[in-house]
Design a protein around this ligand. Sequence first.
Ligand SMILES: [Zn+2]
Length: 156
Amino acid sequence: MKKIQLKNLVKKAISKQVFLYLLELKNKLSKIKHIQYSEFKMQEYLKTSSLSVQQSQFIFHSRSRMLNLADNYQGQNSDNSCPVCLNSSSKDSQLHLYQQCSELMDNTSLISDNVSYCDLFSDSDLTKQIQVASTLQQHYQKRMTILNDRDQVFTD
Ligand SMILES: [Zn+2]
């Protein structure tokens, strides 16, 4: 075997071990254990030039379940129900925000049958990932506007 072949083989083996190690580590962390990785590489949404920095950050935050919703920070909130539709049986979660909240869903919400919320956490299809993220972001902004408007009414 040539030196370069051996070098590549070692590199590949190490990279696989590192990937498996990180995967194991990830599965222990509740915030990110649901994210699926098929290989050890920089995520497309962080590399692509078709997204703004803010859009990439939003994808990162939503994949890590760091959006400011009660369900994402369960220890800090006694009431986890959705503050927008005020339905006590609806959790203030990213899934609810994406496709369930009656106050946020409208005909501009681009939810198609071939895209699902899970696509956000997969690294196999960037287009679907962006589609889910942009709907989620749209609903997130609408949610903030609704909540801010309500605050205004109460403080005026
Ligand atoms: Zn709701």
